[in-house]
Write a protein that binds this ligand. Structure first.
Ligand code: PGA
Length: 259
């Protein structure tokens, strides 16, 4: 299966920046085989970025950085999965910045996942501990681990085993997001393995294997391959580096070697 590389542009590029960035990415990505790429521009620029790809290219898709779970109604400032369903194929839900600045909890995030699935949008569910779980001497911070596994298991509440393949989990340790301090690949893969074991307890091995895990948190060109070479890491969620066309293309090229 192709690795999945998601570019979370956050609230960085203006409309003009987004159009220039998307045009540069188009030149580098359209003919790149062996990788699936998802771009998440700021919400108001989604349609403009979509226009850069007037014809569908199967390995390039758009994502919303967030969605609202209700379909329609009096929710000023919100945009639903239903309203976006013809524009996006993915939606990031539960990003740590939304949990922090918008007080999103596991229950709301669960509702957002259900809304995505209802409208055939693949949710990219972000989970991550605030402080390190594992230490070099083998000790485990059990409080941090409990909060992390709760984020995942509560988000999956009400999800049946056969739906797990339609969900992507982005493991993003909060302490590693946006600060040039990525988690070591060995650390990330150990936490992903632990989370998968937890999922297997509820859904069995086949269910747990169907769930794809990405790593995110300060990934840039230099370390991308170090994560991607692990079969357990299905791809990367890239933030800051995703708005630099050269860096993001380099990461996508690295990923294309692992298909
Ligand atoms: P970062 O962001 O790559 O800037 O750490 C990742 C993310 O927030 O998804």
């Amino acid at each position: 299966m192709n690795k999945l590389i998601v570019g979370n542009w956050k609230m960085f590029p203006t409309l003009a920046d987004s159009q220039v960035l998307a045009a540069s990415l188009k030149r580098g990505l359209d003919d790149l085989k062996g990788v699936d790429v998802v771009l998440a521009p700021p919400l108001p620029w989604l349609v403009n970025v979509k226009e850069i790809w007037p014809h569908k290219v199967s390995h390039i898709s758009l994502a919303a950085q967030n969605i609202w779970p209700e379909d329609q109604g009096a929710f000023t400032g919100e945009v639903s999965a239903y309203l976006l369903k013809d524009i996006i194929r993915y939606a990031i839900v539960g990003h740590s910045e939304r949990r922090r600045y918008n007080q999103e909890d596991n229950d709301l995030i669960g509702q957002k996942i259900q809304a995505c699935l209802k409208w055939r949008i693949t949710p990219i569910v972000c989970v991550g501990e605030k402080k390190r779980v594992l230490f070099a001497d083998g000790t485990v911070d059990s409080t941090q681990w409990r909060l992390l596994e709760e984020e995942l298991m509560e988000a999956l509440e009400g999800i049946s085993k056969d739906v797990l393949e339609k969900i992507v989990v982005a493991y993003e340790p909060v302490w590693a997001v946006g600060n040039n301090n990525p988690a070591k690949p060995e650390y990330a893969v150990k936490l992903i393995e632990r989370l998968r074991v937890r999922v297997a307890e509820k859904y069995g091995q086949t269910g747990a294997q169907a769930l794809r895990f990405l790593y995110g948190g300060s990934v840039d060109v230099a370390e991308a391959t170090d994560y991607l070479r692990y079969p357990d890491i299905a791809g990367l969620l890239v933030g800051t580096a995703s708005v630099k066309a050269k860096n993001f293309l380099d990461i996508c090229r690295q990923a294309s070697h692992f298909h």
